[in-house]
Design a protein around this ligand. Structure first.
Ligand code: MLT
Length: 254
């Protein structure tokens, strides 16, 4: 059965996603700087689940319904403060390095970020939605090789309202790994573009991050600059995480 592979580059496409029938589509959502990298790190360090939501208000409501849950996320890249969240500072920002085992083991973490958590919510109607990162890229590729989804959609979360270089690269890196399956089917020009962009950049991903809007912003903030090198590491985790129909991101059973 020929399979279809498509990459969505721009956040403007999230609205279209919500209207598209995704019931036979597997989505992989990338926000490598930093929301999806942060989720994979928290799960790797023993968090029970991450609950991504679009808005601060939604995060606060969900948090009230879940005693013991923690709050994470950012606006303008920085931890959400009491002034933005009705008097309660969030427990974490969006730096993966904050989500240590000591702080997250066994915890539910409600999370809202500018792009990544919105992109995930836009994919709620999909047959399955996986979390895309460089940190766990090979594990996702193995899952795809095993499950052979007929419709595969790679969703780049972008930066605010624009396409992002870093998510395009990560989507291209995944296209590269699974190309033997999808090159015989139908692949979009966007899949081909992302794969070619990755092939130019693959030698030094960290250097290329200086050309990414979000990469430059993080590199200019002393407390956050190390996140960039952290997030472009390849295959440091060996599990796959997915969004459940109820909206929780958890590790998938092997
Ligand atoms: C987002 O979800 O927009 C990003 O992860 C932003 C950030 O780097 O914190």
């Amino acid at each position: 059965m020929p399979a279809n592979l498509e990459v969505l580059f721009a956040p403007a496409e999230f609205a279209v996603l919500a209207k598209r029938d995704l019931t036979r589509t597997v989505c992989v959502v990338f926000d490598i700087l930093r929301a999806t990298s942060t989720m994979m790190t928290a799960l790797a360090n023993g968090a029970a689940e991450m609950l991504p939501v679009a808005e601060i208000d939604e995060a606060l409501t969900l948090h009230r319904q879940r005693p013991g849950a923690l709050l994470g996320g950012e606006r303008h890249g920085l931890r959400i403060t009491a002034g933005q969240a009705g008097g309660r500072d969030f427990d974490f920002g969006n730096s993966p390095r904050e989500y240590t085992r000591e702080r997250v083991q066994g915890k539910t973490i409600v999370m809202t970020t500018t792009n990544g958590t919105r992109a995930l919510r836009a994919c709620l109607g999909a047959q399955k939605t996986l979390i895309g990162t460089f940190l766990g890229l090979r594990a996702v590729a193995h899952w795809i090789e095993r499950e052979r989804p007929e419709e595969l959609l790679l969703v780049c979360s972008g930066t605010i309202d624009q396409t992002s270089y870093e998510d395009t690269l990560a989507a291209g890196a995944l296209c590269d790994l699974i190309w033997p399956i999808y090159s015989a089917g139908t692949f979009s020009d966007s899949a081909q573009i992302s794969r070619q962009v990755f092939s130019f950049a693959r030698g030094d991903l960290l250097k290329v991050m200086q050309h990414a809007r979000n990469g430059r912003r993080l590199l200019a903030i002393p407390d956050l600059c190390d996140d960039v090198a952290y997030c472009v590491q390849r295959d440091t985790v060996d599990f796959v995480a997915a969004l459940s129909p109820a909206g929780a991101v958890r590790k998938l059973d092997k």
